[in-house]
Design a protein. Structure first.
Length: 94
């Protein structure tokens, strides 16, 4: 199971690194919006690519975050692929 997750991470990283932006603006290439509950797994995969294993949140942790406060996420959805290319996750403070 861990080997499959590592293979997915490697493939996603390769896709991200070698996919050019081409000659278009960010607004043409990406749709920017709040995250949807069914996208938590995509955000978790991005998190696992960008952070060390002991720092990245798990899929369960990401689902909990998205359920608790979707308004604190901004996702960039690749219009061609229909998948999340990146995201920002803020925090709420008093």
């Amino acid at each position: 199971m861990e080997d499959r997750a590592e293979d997915r991470r490697r493939a996603a990283k390769q896709d991200f690194l070698f996919r050019p932006l081409r000659d278009c603006s960010l607004q043409e290439r990406f749709d920017f919006r709040e995250i949807r509950p069914d996208e938590a797994d995509q955000a978790a995969m991005i998190e696992q690519i960008c952070f060390e294993p002991d720092e990245a949140c798990t899929e369960v942790m990401m689902r909990d975050r998205v359920q608790a406060a979707p308004e604190l996420f901004l996702v960039a959805v690749d219009r061609e692929k229909g998948s999340i290319a990146g995201f920002l996750n803020g925090i709420a403070t008093d």
